[in-house]
Design a protein. Structure first.
Length: 272
């Protein structure tokens, strides 16, 4: 059995004009941005799927443009997470999951279900929603990460419910809504949103070192100290894959932040 899970880090999307000349070479063709980005980070969180379902051909194209050991996290469509009653979204979930995710194959990372700040915790509705989340798509195993932003989710009942479905509660680093680092699945998903423009790497070297150490602790099966939790229950000690995304904040610094983090976590991007 492996002593440690895999630590991956990356950015949100790959199309962002301020990255031109800062991350991307100025003369890099736009059609090669994903190819370039995927060789400097080890994961990318796809934003476009939040606004509309993509096609199998599009997922296959993304798969073929990236290195063998690269992974995509896929943000679920807003037409599911924005519903008043999540339990009524069964057809939309099926449509999204079967839109071509399986084309990514081994490059399919977690699906991110991102709920708005006004979405409150309804135990009955949320429980039914979790039961509808499929475990496979076209023979490819699925992992589900839940980003919740309303304080009503900060109760033990929510943690227990999510843990019973082996889904991960997203660990955010933000001032915009309450933070929590409860480990509820066989992987960890963190979104770091406090990058600063004045710092070349977004986060200071000290902060990046702290997050790299946290990631290693998670990967080795333990919980890092110093992070807020909803409950104090310790998860089973076992290796876990860890996904860390530098999102929002000073977005222009996200690639540099991810690169510096990867160097500190001793996980280098692969090339093909």
């Amino acid at each position: 059995m492996a002593k440690s899970g895999v630590i991956r880090a990356g950015i949100g999307g790959w199309t962002y004009e301020p990255w031109r000349g800062l991350f991307y070479p100025k003369d890099l063709p736009h059609k090669r941005e994903l190819e370039y980005a995927s060789r400097h980070v080890t994961a990318i969180e796809i934003n476009g799927t939040f606004y509309r379902n993509q096609t199998p051909a599009t997922f296959a194209k993304w798969r073929d443009e990236t290195p063998n050991d690269f992974v995509f996290a896929v943000k679920a469509t807003r037409y599911i997470v924005g519903r008043r009653m999540l339990s009524e979204g069964g057809e939309s979930i099926e449509r999204f999951v079967n839109s071509g995710l399986a084309e990514l194959g081994e490059k399919l990372g977690p699906i991110l279900w991102q709920f708005g700040p006004n979405k409150k915790f309804d135990p009955n509705d949320f429980g039914k929603f979790l039961k509808m989340l499929p475990q496979k798509a076209g023979g490819v195993s699925l992992r589900h990460a839940l980003e919740v932003r309303h304080t009503s989710f900060h109760v033990k009942e929510f943690v227990a419910l999510v843990r019973s479905h082996n889904a991960a509660i997203v660990c955010p680093h933000t001032d915009e809504y309450p933070e929590s680092a409860d480990v509820t699945a066989d992987f960890v998903y963190a979104r770091l949103m406090k990058a600063q423009t004045k710092i070349k790497t977004g986060y200071s070297p000290k902060a990046l070192k702290e997050w790299a150490e946290r990631a290693r602790t998670w990967a080795q099966g333990s919980e890092p100290a110093g992070l807020p939790h909803i409950e104090n229950k310790k998860p089973p000690k076992k290796p876990r894959d860890v996904f860390v995304f530098f999102i929002n904040g000073a977005k222009e610094r996200a690639p540099a932040a991810a690169g510096a983090f990867l160097a500190l976590s001793k996980k280098k991007p692969n090339t093909r």
